[in-house]
Design a protein around this ligand. Sequence first.
Ligand SMILES: [Zn+2]
Ligand SMILES: [Zn+2]
Ligand SMILES: [Zn+2]
Length: 162
Amino acid sequence: MAHAAHCDHDHEHDHKPGPTAVAHELAAAEARCAAAEQKLTAPRRRVLELLLETGQPAKAYDLIAAFGADGKPAKPPTVYRALEFLEKQGFAHRIESLNAYVACRMGEAGHDAAFLICDCCGATREVDPSAAKGIADAGALAGYAVSHVTIEAHGKCADCQA
Ligand SMILES: [Zn+2]
Ligand SMILES: [Zn+2]
Ligand SMILES: [Zn+2]
């Protein structure tokens, strides 16, 4: 994924999991879908695979372009519908401030999420969303039925501060 570089050091820190890790995550996703009586259809599986391989937030149009193993792009609705499913089942999160999607490895459907986002290299990490509870509580006090909370914190990762 290309990121706007705001500093001139190299951004070669590798966040990509190996093929074994991706295969393992996909197998776990299949099992979770089966247990929840959901189908991890071929397009859903392919989009999840692309997100896992990237290891970082990916834009929908990048997923559409990379979709076909034969180099053919997907029909956009195929990818958007797959993303919707993955998000709902807790396999992926949408990061609003990046307009991108990222795979989730927490193994839990529909949980609150918090992200640390490096504005320099784009490295994004999902962290414990304990602060989400405070927001949900404030929502309840204000009479809002909060369905989920996603917190996005921007800054610089450890590598980019060095
Ligand atoms: Zn998550
Ligand atoms: Zn960084
Ligand atoms: Zn940097």
